[in-house]
Design a protein around this ligand. Structure first.
Ligand SMILES: NC(=O)c1ccc[n+]([C@@H]2O[C@H](COP(=O)([O-])OP(=O)(O)OC[C@H]3O[C@@H](n4cnc5c(N)ncnc54)[C@H](O)[C@@H]3O)[C@@H](O)[C@H]2O)c1
Length: 379
Protein backbone atom coordinates (compact mmCIF):
# COMPACT_ATOMS: atom_id res chain seq x y z
CA UNK A 1 0.00 0.00 0.00
CA UNK A 2 1.34 3.45 -0.85
CA UNK A 3 1.36 6.16 1.78
CA UNK A 4 0.73 8.95 -0.69
CA UNK A 5 -1.74 9.98 -3.39
CA UNK A 6 -0.39 10.38 -6.88
CA UNK A 7 -1.53 12.67 -9.63
CA UNK A 8 -0.02 12.82 -13.09
CA UNK A 9 0.30 16.05 -14.97
CA UNK A 10 0.60 15.68 -18.70
CA UNK A 11 0.06 18.08 -21.59
CA UNK A 12 -2.11 17.16 -24.56
CA UNK A 13 0.94 17.20 -26.85
CA UNK A 14 3.14 15.40 -24.28
CA UNK A 15 5.55 18.34 -24.06
CA UNK A 16 6.05 17.45 -20.40
CA UNK A 17 4.88 14.92 -17.86
CA UNK A 18 5.46 14.67 -14.13
CA UNK A 19 3.83 13.55 -10.90
CA UNK A 20 2.44 15.35 -7.91
CA UNK A 21 2.73 13.16 -4.81
CA UNK A 22 0.67 14.01 -1.74
CA UNK A 23 1.52 12.40 1.61
CA UNK A 24 3.04 13.17 4.99
CA UNK A 25 6.69 12.13 4.79
CA UNK A 26 8.49 14.02 2.06
CA UNK A 27 11.92 12.46 2.60
CA UNK A 28 10.48 8.97 2.22
CA UNK A 29 8.48 10.05 -0.82
CA UNK A 30 11.61 11.56 -2.38
CA UNK A 31 13.58 8.40 -1.66
CA UNK A 32 10.91 6.06 -3.01
CA UNK A 33 10.14 8.02 -6.15
CA UNK A 34 13.16 10.07 -7.17
CA UNK A 35 16.15 7.92 -6.17
CA UNK A 36 16.97 7.24 -9.80
CA UNK A 37 17.39 10.88 -10.75
CA UNK A 38 19.08 11.81 -7.43
CA UNK A 39 21.54 8.91 -7.28
CA UNK A 40 25.17 9.97 -7.52
CA UNK A 41 24.22 13.55 -8.46
CA UNK A 42 24.95 16.94 -6.97
CA UNK A 43 21.82 17.97 -5.07
CA UNK A 44 21.13 21.60 -4.16
CA UNK A 45 18.56 21.93 -1.38
CA UNK A 46 17.28 25.49 -1.30
CA UNK A 47 15.14 25.92 1.79
CA UNK A 48 12.77 28.53 3.19
CA UNK A 49 14.05 30.51 6.17
CA UNK A 50 11.10 29.36 8.29
CA UNK A 51 13.02 26.10 8.95
CA UNK A 52 15.72 28.17 10.57
CA UNK A 53 13.32 30.47 12.44
CA UNK A 54 11.41 27.50 13.89
CA UNK A 55 14.65 25.65 14.62
CA UNK A 56 13.72 22.88 12.21
CA UNK A 57 16.73 23.31 9.93
CA UNK A 58 18.97 20.87 11.78
CA UNK A 59 16.46 18.04 11.31
CA UNK A 60 15.98 19.01 7.68
CA UNK A 61 19.71 18.99 6.99
CA UNK A 62 20.21 15.73 8.88
CA UNK A 63 17.42 14.00 6.94
CA UNK A 64 18.77 15.18 3.61
CA UNK A 65 22.32 14.22 4.59
CA UNK A 66 21.15 10.69 5.38
CA UNK A 67 19.33 10.49 2.07
CA UNK A 68 22.30 11.76 0.08
CA UNK A 69 24.61 9.29 1.82
CA UNK A 70 22.35 6.42 0.82
CA UNK A 71 22.24 7.69 -2.73
CA UNK A 72 25.96 8.48 -2.85
CA UNK A 73 25.12 12.02 -3.84
CA UNK A 74 26.84 15.29 -2.98
CA UNK A 75 24.56 17.75 -1.22
CA UNK A 76 24.57 21.54 -0.68
CA UNK A 77 22.20 23.70 1.35
CA UNK A 78 21.12 27.30 0.90
CA UNK A 79 18.60 29.30 2.96
CA UNK A 80 16.19 31.65 1.19
CA UNK A 81 14.63 34.78 2.66
CA UNK A 82 11.01 34.10 2.01
CA UNK A 83 9.30 37.49 1.98
CA UNK A 84 7.86 38.64 -1.35
CA UNK A 85 10.02 41.77 -1.20
CA UNK A 86 13.08 39.49 -1.40
CA UNK A 87 11.83 37.71 -4.55
CA UNK A 88 14.00 40.05 -6.61
CA UNK A 89 17.06 40.34 -8.91
CA UNK A 90 19.45 40.83 -6.02
CA UNK A 91 18.49 37.63 -4.18
CA UNK A 92 18.29 35.70 -7.45
CA UNK A 93 21.87 36.71 -8.20
CA UNK A 94 23.07 35.61 -4.76
CA UNK A 95 21.36 32.24 -5.25
CA UNK A 96 22.79 31.76 -8.76
CA UNK A 97 26.27 32.64 -7.54
CA UNK A 98 25.98 30.10 -4.74
CA UNK A 99 24.84 27.36 -7.13
CA UNK A 100 27.58 28.19 -9.65
CA UNK A 101 30.26 28.39 -6.96
CA UNK A 102 29.45 24.77 -6.10
CA UNK A 103 30.12 23.77 -9.70
CA UNK A 104 26.67 22.69 -10.77
CA UNK A 105 26.44 20.24 -13.71
CA UNK A 106 23.78 19.72 -16.33
CA UNK A 107 22.67 16.54 -14.51
CA UNK A 108 22.50 18.12 -11.03
CA UNK A 109 19.16 18.48 -9.24
CA UNK A 110 17.80 21.49 -7.43
CA UNK A 111 15.21 20.91 -4.71
CA UNK A 112 13.12 23.86 -3.59
CA UNK A 113 11.52 23.46 -0.17
CA UNK A 114 9.33 26.28 1.07
CA UNK A 115 6.41 28.54 0.24
CA UNK A 116 5.54 30.20 -3.05
CA UNK A 117 8.29 32.81 -2.77
CA UNK A 118 10.96 30.11 -2.42
CA UNK A 119 9.37 28.00 -5.18
CA UNK A 120 9.14 30.90 -7.64
CA UNK A 121 12.71 32.13 -7.23
CA UNK A 122 14.25 28.64 -7.10
CA UNK A 123 12.18 27.50 -10.09
CA UNK A 124 13.38 30.56 -12.01
CA UNK A 125 17.03 29.98 -11.04
CA UNK A 126 16.70 26.31 -12.12
CA UNK A 127 15.30 27.35 -15.49
CA UNK A 128 18.17 29.70 -16.34
CA UNK A 129 21.28 28.23 -14.70
CA UNK A 130 23.20 26.28 -17.37
CA UNK A 131 20.11 27.01 -19.53
CA UNK A 132 18.00 24.80 -17.30
CA UNK A 133 18.63 22.01 -14.80
CA UNK A 134 16.17 19.56 -13.24
CA UNK A 135 14.31 20.64 -10.13
CA UNK A 136 11.81 19.24 -7.65
CA UNK A 137 9.30 21.29 -5.69
CA UNK A 138 8.51 20.55 -2.05
CA UNK A 139 5.90 23.22 -1.27
CA UNK A 140 5.30 23.96 2.42
CA UNK A 141 2.44 26.50 2.51
CA UNK A 142 -1.11 25.61 1.57
CA UNK A 143 -1.03 28.19 -1.22
CA UNK A 144 2.11 26.71 -2.71
CA UNK A 145 0.75 23.16 -2.37
CA UNK A 146 -2.50 23.87 -4.20
CA UNK A 147 -1.40 26.59 -6.56
CA UNK A 148 2.11 27.91 -7.16
CA UNK A 149 3.90 24.54 -7.32
CA UNK A 150 1.57 23.34 -10.09
CA UNK A 151 1.74 24.80 -13.57
CA UNK A 152 5.36 25.72 -14.10
CA UNK A 153 5.25 29.48 -13.61
CA UNK A 154 8.49 30.76 -12.10
CA UNK A 155 9.73 34.28 -11.56
CA UNK A 156 10.68 37.30 -9.55
CA UNK A 157 9.21 40.74 -8.85
CA UNK A 158 10.66 43.98 -10.21
CA UNK A 159 10.09 47.61 -9.28
CA UNK A 160 7.53 47.70 -12.12
CA UNK A 161 5.35 45.02 -10.57
CA UNK A 162 5.00 41.45 -9.32
CA UNK A 163 6.16 38.39 -11.26
CA UNK A 164 7.17 40.42 -14.31
CA UNK A 165 10.37 38.49 -15.04
CA UNK A 166 10.19 34.72 -15.22
CA UNK A 167 9.75 31.57 -17.24
CA UNK A 168 7.39 28.69 -17.80
CA UNK A 169 9.51 25.77 -16.60
CA UNK A 170 8.19 22.44 -15.37
CA UNK A 171 9.67 20.50 -12.44
CA UNK A 172 10.61 16.80 -12.37
CA UNK A 173 7.97 16.37 -9.71
CA UNK A 174 6.11 17.98 -6.84
CA UNK A 175 6.19 16.39 -3.38
CA UNK A 176 3.45 17.67 -1.07
CA UNK A 177 3.78 16.90 2.63
CA UNK A 178 0.66 17.94 4.54
CA UNK A 179 2.46 17.80 7.90
CA UNK A 180 4.15 21.10 6.97
CA UNK A 181 0.77 22.80 7.37
CA UNK A 182 0.89 22.24 11.14
CA UNK A 183 3.52 24.93 11.63
CA UNK A 184 2.05 27.37 9.15
CA UNK A 185 0.72 30.58 10.77
CA UNK A 186 -3.11 30.50 10.86
CA UNK A 187 -3.42 33.59 8.66
CA UNK A 188 -1.26 31.98 5.94
CA UNK A 189 -3.25 28.74 6.18
CA UNK A 190 -6.60 30.50 5.78
CA UNK A 191 -5.22 32.57 2.88
CA UNK A 192 -4.33 29.30 1.12
CA UNK A 193 -7.95 28.18 1.30
CA UNK A 194 -8.85 31.10 -0.92
CA UNK A 195 -7.29 29.39 -3.95
CA UNK A 196 -8.88 26.05 -2.98
CA UNK A 197 -12.33 27.64 -2.90
CA UNK A 198 -11.58 29.38 -6.20
CA UNK A 199 -11.16 26.04 -7.99
CA UNK A 200 -14.65 25.02 -6.89
CA UNK A 201 -16.11 28.39 -7.97
CA UNK A 202 -14.69 28.25 -11.49
CA UNK A 203 -14.94 24.61 -12.36
CA UNK A 204 -16.50 22.12 -9.97
CA UNK A 205 -19.87 22.33 -8.23
CA UNK A 206 -19.40 18.93 -6.56
CA UNK A 207 -16.15 20.16 -5.04
CA UNK A 208 -18.01 23.28 -3.84
CA UNK A 209 -20.53 21.07 -2.04
CA UNK A 210 -17.69 19.02 -0.47
CA UNK A 211 -16.03 22.19 0.84
CA UNK A 212 -19.34 23.55 2.09
CA UNK A 213 -20.14 20.33 3.95
CA UNK A 214 -16.69 19.67 5.42
CA UNK A 215 -15.17 23.10 5.96
CA UNK A 216 -14.81 22.66 9.72
CA UNK A 217 -12.79 19.44 9.41
CA UNK A 218 -10.78 20.93 6.58
CA UNK A 219 -9.88 24.02 8.61
CA UNK A 220 -8.72 21.72 11.43
CA UNK A 221 -6.46 19.91 8.90
CA UNK A 222 -8.22 16.61 9.62
CA UNK A 223 -7.35 13.60 7.56
CA UNK A 224 -8.54 12.59 4.93
CA UNK A 225 -10.28 15.95 4.30
CA UNK A 226 -7.13 18.03 3.95
CA UNK A 227 -5.45 15.49 1.64
CA UNK A 228 -8.65 15.26 -0.42
CA UNK A 229 -8.97 18.99 -0.99
CA UNK A 230 -5.27 19.37 -1.87
CA UNK A 231 -5.56 16.48 -4.31
CA UNK A 232 -8.73 17.90 -5.90
CA UNK A 233 -7.23 21.41 -6.17
CA UNK A 234 -4.06 20.10 -7.84
CA UNK A 235 -6.18 17.94 -10.12
CA UNK A 236 -8.29 20.89 -11.29
CA UNK A 237 -5.26 23.12 -11.78
CA UNK A 238 -3.28 20.37 -13.54
CA UNK A 239 -6.17 19.72 -15.94
CA UNK A 240 -6.58 23.37 -16.87
CA UNK A 241 -2.83 23.99 -17.14
CA UNK A 242 -2.34 20.90 -19.33
CA UNK A 243 -4.84 22.33 -21.80
CA UNK A 244 -3.29 25.80 -21.83
CA UNK A 245 0.30 25.84 -20.57
CA UNK A 246 1.09 29.46 -21.47
CA UNK A 247 -2.21 31.02 -20.43
CA UNK A 248 -3.44 31.81 -23.92
CA UNK A 249 -7.06 30.95 -23.11
CA UNK A 250 -8.77 28.72 -20.57
CA UNK A 251 -5.99 29.03 -17.94
CA UNK A 252 -7.13 32.63 -17.48
CA UNK A 253 -10.18 31.26 -15.62
CA UNK A 254 -7.83 30.51 -12.73
CA UNK A 255 -7.47 34.26 -12.50
CA UNK A 256 -10.98 34.56 -11.06
CA UNK A 257 -10.93 37.38 -8.47
CA UNK A 258 -7.28 38.12 -9.24
CA UNK A 259 -7.65 41.36 -11.24
CA UNK A 260 -9.37 42.84 -8.19
CA UNK A 261 -6.87 41.17 -5.85
CA UNK A 262 -3.81 42.51 -7.67
CA UNK A 263 -5.28 46.04 -7.64
CA UNK A 264 -5.87 45.85 -3.85
CA UNK A 265 -2.40 44.43 -3.20
CA UNK A 266 -0.76 47.08 -5.33
CA UNK A 267 -2.65 49.89 -3.58
CA UNK A 268 -1.74 48.37 -0.20
CA UNK A 269 1.89 48.50 -1.35
CA UNK A 270 2.22 44.71 -0.90
CA UNK A 271 2.27 45.38 2.84
CA UNK A 272 1.58 42.00 4.46
CA UNK A 273 0.41 43.71 7.66
CA UNK A 274 -2.53 45.04 5.69
CA UNK A 275 -3.16 42.26 3.22
CA UNK A 276 -1.73 38.97 2.01
CA UNK A 277 -2.37 37.48 -1.40
CA UNK A 278 -5.02 34.91 -0.40
CA UNK A 279 -6.98 37.54 1.52
CA UNK A 280 -6.86 39.86 -1.49
CA UNK A 281 -8.11 36.98 -3.67
CA UNK A 282 -10.99 36.30 -1.24
CA UNK A 283 -12.17 39.93 -1.42
CA UNK A 284 -11.48 39.92 -5.18
CA UNK A 285 -13.68 36.86 -5.69
CA UNK A 286 -16.45 38.39 -3.58
CA UNK A 287 -16.29 41.52 -5.80
CA UNK A 288 -16.31 39.39 -8.96
CA UNK A 289 -19.50 37.66 -7.74
CA UNK A 290 -21.14 40.99 -6.96
CA UNK A 291 -20.29 42.28 -10.44
CA UNK A 292 -21.50 39.03 -11.98
CA UNK A 293 -24.90 39.50 -10.30
CA UNK A 294 -25.05 43.10 -11.53
CA UNK A 295 -24.31 41.99 -15.10
CA UNK A 296 -26.96 39.26 -14.89
CA UNK A 297 -24.37 36.54 -15.36
CA UNK A 298 -24.74 34.75 -12.04
CA UNK A 299 -27.95 33.95 -10.11
CA UNK A 300 -27.98 36.01 -6.88
CA UNK A 301 -28.73 32.96 -4.70
CA UNK A 302 -25.69 31.08 -6.01
CA UNK A 303 -23.39 34.08 -5.58
CA UNK A 304 -24.63 34.44 -1.99
CA UNK A 305 -23.80 30.79 -1.28
CA UNK A 306 -20.29 31.41 -2.61
CA UNK A 307 -19.82 34.52 -0.47
CA UNK A 308 -20.99 32.47 2.52
CA UNK A 309 -18.36 29.81 1.77
CA UNK A 310 -15.61 32.44 1.70
CA UNK A 311 -16.77 33.58 5.15
CA UNK A 312 -16.94 29.98 6.45
CA UNK A 313 -13.20 29.80 5.77
CA UNK A 314 -12.79 32.97 7.90
CA UNK A 315 -11.71 34.99 4.90
CA UNK A 316 -12.64 38.63 4.21
CA UNK A 317 -15.23 39.63 1.58
CA UNK A 318 -15.28 43.43 1.73
CA UNK A 319 -12.86 46.27 1.06
CA UNK A 320 -13.50 47.66 4.51
CA UNK A 321 -12.02 44.42 5.92
CA UNK A 322 -8.58 45.70 4.83
CA UNK A 323 -7.02 47.57 7.74
CA UNK A 324 -5.97 51.24 7.38
CA UNK A 325 -6.79 51.47 3.70
CA UNK A 326 -9.02 53.84 1.73
CA UNK A 327 -9.66 53.26 -1.98
CA UNK A 328 -10.99 55.53 -4.73
CA UNK A 329 -12.66 54.39 -7.98
CA UNK A 330 -9.98 56.13 -10.06
CA UNK A 331 -7.13 54.43 -8.22
CA UNK A 332 -8.77 51.04 -8.64
CA UNK A 333 -9.42 51.65 -12.33
CA UNK A 334 -5.82 52.67 -13.01
CA UNK A 335 -4.61 49.44 -11.37
CA UNK A 336 -7.05 47.40 -13.47
CA UNK A 337 -5.25 48.68 -16.58
CA UNK A 338 -1.99 47.18 -15.29
CA UNK A 339 -3.52 43.70 -15.48
CA UNK A 340 -1.81 41.22 -17.82
CA UNK A 341 -5.20 40.40 -19.38
CA UNK A 342 -5.69 43.95 -20.76
CA UNK A 343 -5.89 43.63 -24.55
CA UNK A 344 -6.06 46.57 -27.00
CA UNK A 345 -6.65 48.88 -24.03
CA UNK A 346 -9.71 46.86 -22.91
CA UNK A 347 -10.12 45.45 -19.42
CA UNK A 348 -10.78 41.70 -19.34
CA UNK A 349 -12.37 40.11 -16.29
CA UNK A 350 -13.18 36.58 -15.26
CA UNK A 351 -16.78 36.50 -14.06
CA UNK A 352 -19.06 33.83 -12.65
CA UNK A 353 -21.92 32.12 -14.42
CA UNK A 354 -22.98 30.31 -11.25
CA UNK A 355 -21.33 27.79 -8.93
CA UNK A 356 -18.71 25.77 -10.82
CA UNK A 357 -18.70 27.90 -13.95
CA UNK A 358 -16.83 31.03 -15.01
CA UNK A 359 -16.09 32.83 -18.26
CA UNK A 360 -13.85 35.50 -19.72
CA UNK A 361 -15.52 38.89 -20.31
CA UNK A 362 -13.76 41.57 -22.29
CA UNK A 363 -16.63 43.96 -22.80
CA UNK A 364 -16.76 45.46 -19.32
CA UNK A 365 -17.06 49.19 -19.88
CA UNK A 366 -15.19 51.73 -17.80
CA UNK A 367 -18.22 53.76 -16.67
CA UNK A 368 -20.12 50.84 -15.18
CA UNK A 369 -16.92 49.59 -13.58
CA UNK A 370 -16.33 52.94 -11.86
CA UNK A 371 -19.91 52.94 -10.60
CA UNK A 372 -19.40 49.42 -9.28
CA UNK A 373 -16.14 50.44 -7.55
CA UNK A 374 -18.05 53.19 -5.79
CA UNK A 375 -20.49 50.61 -4.46
CA UNK A 376 -17.87 48.18 -3.17
CA UNK A 377 -15.86 50.99 -1.58
CA UNK A 378 -18.90 52.17 0.35
CA UNK A 379 -20.55 48.86 1.30
N1 LIG B 1 4.11 30.41 -9.62
C1 LIG B 1 2.82 30.52 -9.49
O1 LIG B 1 2.02 29.97 -10.26
C2 LIG B 1 2.27 31.29 -8.33
C3 LIG B 1 0.91 31.22 -8.02
C4 LIG B 1 0.45 31.90 -6.88
C5 LIG B 1 1.33 32.63 -6.11
N2 LIG B 1 2.65 32.68 -6.46
C6 LIG B 1 3.62 33.42 -5.64
O2 LIG B 1 3.70 32.75 -4.38
C7 LIG B 1 4.13 33.69 -3.39
C8 LIG B 1 3.28 33.52 -2.16
O3 LIG B 1 3.49 32.23 -1.70
P1 LIG B 1 3.00 31.76 -0.24
O4 LIG B 1 1.61 32.21 -0.01
O5 LIG B 1 3.34 30.33 -0.15
O6 LIG B 1 3.85 32.65 0.72
P2 LIG B 1 5.39 32.71 1.17
O7 LIG B 1 6.26 31.89 0.33
O8 LIG B 1 5.65 34.19 1.28
O9 LIG B 1 5.31 32.09 2.64
C9 LIG B 1 4.57 32.76 3.65
C10 LIG B 1 5.30 32.71 4.97
O10 LIG B 1 5.16 31.42 5.54
C11 LIG B 1 6.46 30.89 5.90
N3 LIG B 1 6.33 29.45 5.78
C12 LIG B 1 6.35 28.70 4.66
N4 LIG B 1 6.06 27.42 4.95
C13 LIG B 1 5.89 27.36 6.29
C14 LIG B 1 5.57 26.30 7.19
N5 LIG B 1 5.31 25.06 6.77
N6 LIG B 1 5.51 26.60 8.52
C15 LIG B 1 5.73 27.85 8.95
N7 LIG B 1 6.01 28.88 8.15
C16 LIG B 1 6.07 28.64 6.83
C17 LIG B 1 7.42 31.57 4.97
O11 LIG B 1 8.71 31.62 5.50
C18 LIG B 1 6.79 32.97 4.86
O12 LIG B 1 7.17 33.76 5.95
C19 LIG B 1 4.02 35.06 -4.02
O13 LIG B 1 5.31 35.50 -4.36
C20 LIG B 1 3.22 34.82 -5.29
O14 LIG B 1 3.54 35.72 -6.32
C21 LIG B 1 3.13 32.02 -7.54
Amino acid sequence: MTDFKKLSINTENNSFKYSILIGNNFIKTLKNNFSQILKGKKIYVIYDEFFYKLKLHKDLIENFNKLSKKLESEIFFFKIKSKDKFKNYEKLLILLNFILSKRINRDSIIISIGGGVTGDIVGFASSIVLRGVKYIHVPTTLLSQVDSSVGGKTGINTKYGKNLVGTFYQPEGVVIDTSFLKTLPKRELLAGFSEVIKYSFVSDKKFFNYLDKNYQNIKKLKSPYIENIIFKSCQIKAKIVSMDVKEAGIRALLNFGHTFAHAFENLANYDSKKLIHGEAVAIGMACAFKLSILMNLCPKKEAEKCLALISKFSLPTKLKDIKDMKFTPNELLSRFYLDKKVKNGKITLILSNGIGSASIKNNVDERSLKKFFNEIINE
